[in-house]
Design a binder for this molecule. Structure first.
Ligand code: GTP
Ligand code: MG
Length: 441
């Protein structure tokens, strides 16, 4: 399973759990272990992480205003952020960049991406072709430079990297000078010699190792190897868009001591991001940052009076209101259970704006009684036809709305049953002198 989806479904278990107690936290940790390990995160790291989550979730004092559920989500979020590293600050003044790495890792593509990145921020850029081994590397970089609007310099056919640099450095007066270097199938002596030669003539301020996310955990070892040989200032992980192993690559690089500087998220020149663990984890979990999540949950809850609706009679009208609220929350629509109510099924929330308008006119064509009793409409075909006609939609549209309503009603009933169960639990806990409130419930 994809890392983000796996993490979201693990967390949904806790936000949707009846009781957030030790057992629920342990189950969450097991689920996190499964998801992270299957995404190639190092087993030892994963166990350390879940051990910390368990102890923090259960022992740490709650922050003001957070329920136990929110506290646990926050602990998980903080620990994942710590696992993935930190935020990188790229230099925004004149500097020299060397890109290095194995075959096909994305060095040449990344040269163009960085060029575009700095150009967009007002710095002039030159690209220097110092890959002396790959056939046509010169032409490839020339093309890349053209696309990015950067100066290009190289010496076609020249095999000595020193000579290339001695020719190009005096010519390249741009703010940012980026050197693209040769790849190898594995790190070895000849490549090290070449990189050392570039190092001594070019004297780069930044040495970025370019790594393909596909290699997963091996990324950490590779970063260490290259660092020991030539010294790195950061790592760029490419192909984060297509790999299920990105989490593994990021986390092992973070513990190897190297910093993740940028991530590549596609083949085009714009597909590069400065690495920011918070943003990255936030996106995996489906929200931009934790504070935003909390505040949006709270506003949405009060706006739509969602809290009460779990006990109210569930009618087509209430359904429509909730659907609107869920759509408004966007990717947060799946965290209703955090507020003590049933999540709306994802496929129900996915209605297009056009559909929403149709639903609205369907509801407007219903009699007040029909709005209260959906069953009436369902049972009598005549009503469905009348409503469809009145709303100017097809009979199927009305049926679809009814089907969606029923789906949500089913979820809600299940949720309510759980709540009934919770009441029973409360009674039992009372007998044992345990107050659920101490768990924020
Ligand atoms: N999807 C995706 N593809 C990428 C990304 N970065 C690079 N690629 C692709 O990966 C392939 C190899 O990229 P290059 O930039 O040529 O790699 P290189 O490290 O210069 O390779 P050598 O010069 O052979 O050592 C190309 O097809 C790129 O389009 C990325 O972030 N996402
Ligand atoms: Mg290349």
């Amino acid at each position: 399973m994809d890392l983000g989806r796996g993490l979201r479904s693990a967390l949904a278990k806790i936000t949707g759990a009846m009781i957030v107690d030790e057992k629920a936290v342990k189950e969450l940790c097991k689920e996190l272990q499964r998801v992270l390990i299957s995404n190639d995160v190092n087993v030892k790291l994963v166990f350390e992480l879940t051990k910390r989550i368990e102890s923090k979730a259960l022992d740490e004092k709650l922050l003001a205003g957070l329920s136990v559920r929110e506290h646990v989500v926050k602990v998980v979020y903080d620990e994942l952020v710590a696992l993935m590293g930190e935020r990188y600050e790229p230099k925004m003044s004149a500097h020299r960049v060397l890109l290095l790495g194995l075959y096909g890792s994305g060095k040449t593509t990344t040269s163009g991406k960085l060029a575009a990145y700095y150009k967009q921020r007002g710095l002039s850029v030159a690209l220097v072709a110092a890959d002396v081994d790959r056939p046509a590397a010169y032409e490839q970089l020339e093309q890349v430079a053209k696309t990015a609007g950067a100066r290009f310099c190289g010496s076609d056919g020249e095999k000595d990297v020193r000579k290339i640099l001695q020719k190009c450095l005096p010519l390249c007066k741009e703010d940012v000078v980026i050197v693209d270097s040769s790849g190898r199938s594995a790190f070895e002596g000849e490549l090290a010699e070449q990189l050392k030669a570039i190092n001594s003539v070019f004297m780069p301020d930044e040495k970025y190792l370019v790594i393909n996310a596909d290699i997963g955990q091996v990324a950490g070892r590779q970063a260490k190897e290259f660092h020991e040989a030539v010294g790195l200032s950061g790592v760029i992980i490419t192909k984060m868009d297509g790999s299920g192993k990105g989490g593994g690559a990021l986390s092992t690089v973070a513990v190897s001591g190297a910093k993740v500087a940028f991530i590549g998220v596609g083949e085009r020149q714009g597909d590069i991001e400065v690495f920011d663990a918070k943003k990255f984890v936030g996106r995996l979990l489906g929200f931009p940052d934790f504070e935003t999540l909390m505040s949006r949950i709270k506003t949405a809850a009060s706006e739509a009076k969602l809290q009460e609706s779990a006990d109210e009679k569930f009618t087509i009208k209430v359904f429509y209101e909730q659907l609107k609220a869920a759509k408004k929350m966007g990717p947060l629509g799946g965290v209703f259970s955090m507020m003590g109510m049933a999540d709306m099924p994802a496929d129900v929330v996915k209605q297009s704006e056009g559909k929403m308008k149709k639903y609205e006119s369907i509801i407007a064509s219903m009699t007040p009684l029909e709005r209260e009793e959906a069953l009436l409409v369902k049972k009598e075909r005549g009503r469905v036809e009348r409503i469809a006609k009145g709303a100017g939609v097809k009979v199927e549209d009305v049926r679809e709305l009814l089907a969606q309503f029923e789906k949500m009603e089913g979820m809600l009933n299940q949720f309510k049953r759980n709540r009934g169960f919770r009441k029973k639990m409360e009674k039992m806990m009372k007998g044992a002198n345990i107050d659920l409130k101490q768990f924020g419930m």
